[in-house]
Design a protein around this ligand. Structure first.
Ligand code: IPE
Ligand code: IPE
Ligand code: MG
Ligand code: MG
Length: 276
């Protein structure tokens, strides 16, 4: 795994993210500006924008032309976490070992900071869409995945308070709240490339499985922390979760082979990320 390249990509992502927010310096209320920076530069691992840039590289696009999209995806992720921690949602006071945004800035401000980050994401995308036609198609795909049919729909199912009863119901929640943004990240580069639909759907399934395994790993970590969250291991048990994990892993390896990703840095990064 070439850590130097990953570190370089993180620097590029951070620079682009800063540009998006620093644009507002002097034009917006101080606590809004501080809150946007606080939530975006609080120790996030940048997994989704990294996947996006690595996917650009894997499918032969010049990533430098698409850095704005990487920043937009992270802005959407940041907003989703600010809202996710709100008292009306998961009611979490701590995020990444520090006060969550509503804990530090107040509830009303956290709603508005989240809203501002989401709008900043689209502003960032659309600023460049006049230069790159593909940006519009990608922006449309990302907005679908981030919206009611994707991440927000999954968040709704997650907070409804209905305990899922079987694997299908749990995975339906994960498809929305976690997989949708992984799909936005990994599939977006393919949108520019007019792949035949069979290949496109394989990339979509590939990215969906990455999201599912990521969330199952997250559930394994939470399982030992006695949290109240919906957790696949609590619902179907450790053995069944391991069976599902291995089935998903097998399918992911087959798809990586079929998509010719075996030698790509993206595939190396994913295997390390998911511990597979
Ligand atoms: C947290 O995602 C939300 C989940 C879907 C589990 P990350 O673990 O990628 O969050 P940060 O940005 O690195 O903190
Ligand atoms: C967060 O999921 C998913 C989104 C913000 C879309 P969780 O609520 O399970 O993740 P953490 O534990 O707060 O990071
Ligand atoms: Mg949540
Ligand atoms: Mg949460």
């Amino acid at each position: 795994m070439n850590n130097n390249i990953i570190e370089l990509l993180i620097i590029e992502i951070d620079e682009e993210l800063k540009k998006s927010i620093l644009n507002y310096s002097g034009y917006i209320p101080d606590n809004l500006y501080d809150g946007m920076l606080y939530s975006c530069f609080g120790g996030g691992k940048r997994i989704r924008p990294l996947l996006f840039l690595l996917s650009c590289q894997a499918f032969g696009l010049d990533r430098k032309e698409y850095l704005r999209i990487a920043a937009s995806i992270e802005l959407i992720h940041s907003y989703s976490l600010v809202h996710d921690d709100l008292p009306g949602m998961d009611n979490d006071l701590i995020r990444r070992g520090k006060a969550s945004v509503h804990n530090k800035f107040g509830q009303g401000m956290a709603i508005l900071i989240g809203d501002a980050l989401l709008n900043c994401a689209y502003e960032t995308l659309f600023q460049f869409s006049k230069d790159y036609n593909q940006y519009i198609a990608i922006a449309s795909y990302i907005s679908k995945k981030a919206g009611a049919i994707g991440m927000i729909g999954g968040q709704v199912k997650d907070i409804q308070g209905l305990i899922p009863q079987n694997i299908e119901q749990i995975l339906e929640i994960y498809d929305g709240k976690t997989c949708a943004l992984f799909e936005a990240a990994i599939v977006s580069p393919a949108i520019c490339l007019n792949f035949p639909s069979v290949k496109f759907f394989k990339i979509e399934r590939f990215s969906n499985i990455v999201g599912k395994i990521f969330q199952i790993n997250d559930d394994f970590l939470d399982y030992h922390h006695k949290s109240e969250k919906i957790n696949i291991i609590k619902i179907i048990g450790e053995d069944n979760t391991n069976i599902l994990f291995n089935d998903l892993k097998k399918e992911l390896y087959i798809l990586a082979e079929q998509l010719n990703l075996n030698d790509s840095l993206m595939w190396k990064f994913i295997r390390k990320l998911l511990n597979i």
